[in-house]
Design a protein around this ligand. Structure first.
Ligand SMILES: CCCCCC/C=C/CC(=O)SCCNC(=O)CCNC(=O)[C@H](O)C(C)(C)COP(=O)(O)OP(=O)(O)OC[C@H]1O[C@@H](n2cnc3c(N)ncnc32)[C@H](O)[C@@H]1OP(=O)(O)O
Length: 726
């Protein structure tokens, strides 16, 4: 709702009220309209101030409304016109946030005052929409086309000081913003308002408008990677340069409706809520975010300053947590220290552009050592040495002797058993897996893996750490590869099998990149380094000296196996780092991949050697085999209780594995394809490849289909229900 009151003798104050972020629901809109009409009708009211309850102007439309049946009557535009037409001056008092429809309300006001800490933006593009309450037509008239294009097509939040420079607000204050707005409103009484009505202003012209727009469109499309909203935002802003205000608004509405009914908007809105849902973690034994309290982390340590450790140290420094970096000897320490300082200098430069500073030269904030004793007083350690169980156990045993009893011990691993690592410590309840993604100071995902003995406090502390580091923490159970890598395995396995059967790396990559992945599986493997998987397969006895003599080349433990990646490694083709992998690169360390004729002839020789019949494999089969195998593994993970809901898997894939956000994550995507369709395709591929267990549909998937293909939100409630159709 919105509260109507008197702020000063002649000023009415309309306060938007809908905790926690004053989202604009239909009720809020109705109350806003009522308040405006009341102020208009009252002759003793000479001016109006609009503000938000609890120091927040408004986060915009209540996103849930867009998927409700009542969405037809979304009439914010007419209310904003009502504000603008008012003969009494209306001043917006912006505190906290003014986003989306919230900022559009402020744009309808005649003046805008913001608190110095406020942030403004039109983030509709991030939930698959465009500003649909005349914002695409008013903002360019206020701040010009280039700035409006930037703000609307990126959805970024603009700090108050920048907003002032852009002309988005008239004044920035450090004091009580509502009082400042009431004072301004009082001063404005009786002043002419015509020039303050944005709909009546022309869009500022650029000397080279056409060239500017065509260049801007190219950039927007490139960034969008298949997402529709940025381009439609662009079209709406372009309309502002070509059409009178009212026609521009009609065009905006038309484009808004296209997006509103698109699957992409649904997927992006699902992703918005999924990211927030995973913060409310639970485990199968009843531990939960509700009852567990995080412990403060005043000082942390990172062991191992390789690629991962460097990124983790950088993230901790950025989060203002004092940190000690530890290496095994002075040579490694100096290399690691230099690399960390370089990363931090780059981060500091980026932050300076946003008027922020990063303090990392102070030894109280960042320290390097080879001495484990320095870790005596830290509250939390993140071990980030390479993936070797014996080494990790040795370190954890040492840590458990040196660190104070209440210190938490985290292992950065992508697959190893947390319980086995915890078993060598004197505090298994304080041991937890923290799987960072590379580069760790950039990637948002943090998989947080609890072991059999991990306490709820430890989980809550790791989740809090993720939040402080501005990462998305997702709590998952302990199994080989956890969630992300476990689901990735059948996906990359199918990709390699497709090569055996007739595809080329560039064919497979193209299909998955066209689907929206930032990078296909073979380009990804070249980037990460083929030697990483090779080492793991050797450890598992799948290849290398420990492989039993006489093992068939293309079979392991009775199932199909492809030795192709091992063969490439044996030839020194590790990917980008060696200049050759599934592709060729301009040099070792090069980044531009080119299809490699050597690989093509290597593949055909390989197929001849193993007498594999080649065939043309179409895009549909490439996509389905890779994605559906991954999805089926996801259903197994849910059934085993490794993750507490499909949102967890989706948030992991969007934030850690380059899954296109506008497709909502693998499990959401499965729900849009339809579980019966996925099941039927998996059954078909599984019949074609009986020696590939990863193509056999998950029992949970089968159960959900048998139970009538319920909506995604209900899946978990079917886990323990009996089905007599199976
Ligand atoms: C009937 C209306 C018709 C209007 C028609 C005109 C069309 C307008 C288009 C729009 O306005 S679309 C919406 C644009 N706004 C956004 O995209 C903002 C989204 N929110 C955020 O970015 C952040 O939540 C925040 C506002 C910056 C706050 O971040 P913070 O980290 O402090 O808290 P959160 O955990 O993210 O959020 C707290 C809580 O609030 C819920 N929430 C936030 N924003 C919205 C919203 N716009 N609609 C509904 N719910 C919202 C969020 O889900 C959290 O809820 P929880 O239950 O506590 O998890």
């Amino acid at each position: 709702m919105a509260q109507y009151a008197r702020g000063a003798a002649a000023v009415a104050v309309i306060r938007l009220r809908n905790p926690p972020v004053n989202a604009l629901s239909l009720t809020v809109l109705q109350a806003l309209e009522d308040g405006l009409k009341r102020a208009d009708a009252d002759p003793s009211v000479k001016a109006v101030t609009i503000c938000g309850e609890n120091g927040k102007f408004s986060a915009g439309a209540d996103i849930r409304v867009f998927s409700s049946p009542k969405k037809q009557g979304l009439g914010l535009g007419p209310i904003i016109s009502l504000i603008e037409r008012s003969e009494k001056p209306v001043v917006a008092a912006i505190e906290g946030i003014a986003l989306g429809g919230g900022l559009e309300v402020a744009l309808g006001c005649h003046y805008r005052i913001a608190h110095v800490q406020a942030r403004m933006g039109l983030p509709e593009v991030t939930i698959g929409l465009l500003p649909g309450a005349e914002g695409t037509q008013r903002l360019p008239r206020l701040i010009g086309i280039p700035a409006a294009l930037d703000i609307i097509t990126t959805g970024r939040h603009v700090p108050a000081t920048e907003a002032l420079k852009l002309g988005l607000v008239d004044e920035v204050v450090e004091e009580n913003t509502v009082e400042a707005a009431i004072r301004l409103a009082t001063k404005l009484i009786g002043q002419p308002l015509g020039h303050r009505r944005l709909s009546l202003r022309p869009v500022p012209r650029l000397p080279n408008m056409e060239a500017f727009l065509s260049d801007a469109l190219m950039k927007v499309k490139k960034r969008a990677q298949g997402c529709l909203a940025p381009e439609l935002c662009f079209q709406a802003i372009k309309a502002a340069t070509e059409l009178p205000f009212a026609d521009g608004v009609r065009k905006e509405r038309e484009l808004f409706n296209i997006l509103l009914t698109s699957g992409q908007a649904k997927a992006l809105q699902y992703a918005f809520f999924a990211e927030r849902a995973v913060e409310k973690w639970t485990t199968p034994n009843g531990a939960s975010w509700k009852s567990a309290s995080p412990q403060p982390i005043r000082k942390a340590a990172v062991i191992g300053l390789g690629t991962m450790g460097r990124g983790i140290v950088t993230s901790l420094v950025k989060a203002k947590i004092p940190v000690v970096g530890l290496e095994q000897d002075l040579e490694y320490l100096n290399t690691g220290r230099k690399a960390v300082m370089l990363l931090l200098e780059r981060e500091a430069m980026k932050m300076e552009q946003g008027a922020q500073t990063l303090d990392f030269h102070n030894p109280a904030r960042l320290q390097f050592t080879v001495d484990f004793d320095v870790l005596r007083d830290v509250d939390l350690v993140i071990e980030a040495v390479f993936e070797n169980m014996a080494l990790k156990k040795e370190i954890f045993n040492k840590l458990s002797r040196i660190c104070k009893p209440e210190a938490f011990l985290c292992t950065n691993t992508s697959a190893l058993n947390i319980d086995e690592i915890a078993s060598v410590t004197n505090r298994p309840q304080q041991v937890i897996g923290t799987h960072f993604f590379s580069p760790a100071h950039v990637m948002r995902l943090l998989e947080i893996i609890y072991g059999r003995h991990t306490s709820p406090t430890t989980i809550a502390t790791a989740m809090q750490l993720a939040k402080v580091m501005k990462k998305v923490g997702v709590v998952v159970g302990n199994c080989f590869g956890f969630v992300g890598n476990r689901m990735m395995f059948p996906y990359t396995q199918q990709a390699v099998f497709l090569l055996e059967e007739g595809s080329r790396p560039e064919d497979v990559d193209r299909v998955l990149e066209d689907f929206g992945f930032k990078i296909g599986p073979f380009r990804m493997s070249d980037l990460a380094g083929l030697d990483v998987g090779w080492r793991s397969r050797k450890d598992q006895g799948l290849t290398g000296p420990s492989l039993a003599p006489g093992t068939p080349a293309r079979q392991r433990r009775g199932y199909r196996y492809s030795p192709l990646p091992d063969l490439l490694c044996e030839k020194g083709r590790f990917g980008q780092k060696t200049g050759k992998g599934w592709y060729q690169y301009e040099k070792a360390g090069g980044r531009i991949s080119k299809p490699d004729p050597w690989i093509h002839s290597f593949l055909s020789e390989y197929r001849d050697t193993h007498q594999i019949k080649t065939r043309f494999i179409d895009q549909e089969e490439i996509l389905e085999r890779c994605l559906f195998a991954l999805i089926s593994e996801g259903f197994d993970i849910l059934a085993e209780g490794i993750a507490s809901g499909p949102e967890h898997l989706d948030v992991i894939y969007i934030n850690g594995y380059g899954w296109p956000k506008h497709r909502g994550g693998p499990m959401f995507y499965a729900s849009t394809v339809g579980l019966p369709n996925i099941l039927a395709k998996l059954q078909k591929y599984s019949e074609m490849h009986p020696d590939v267990p990863q193509l056999r549909p998950s029992a949970f998937l089968k159960k959900l289909v048998a139970m009538g293909n319920p909506p995604l939100n209900d899946w978990m409630s079917y886990l323990h229900r009996q089905s007599n159709k199976l």
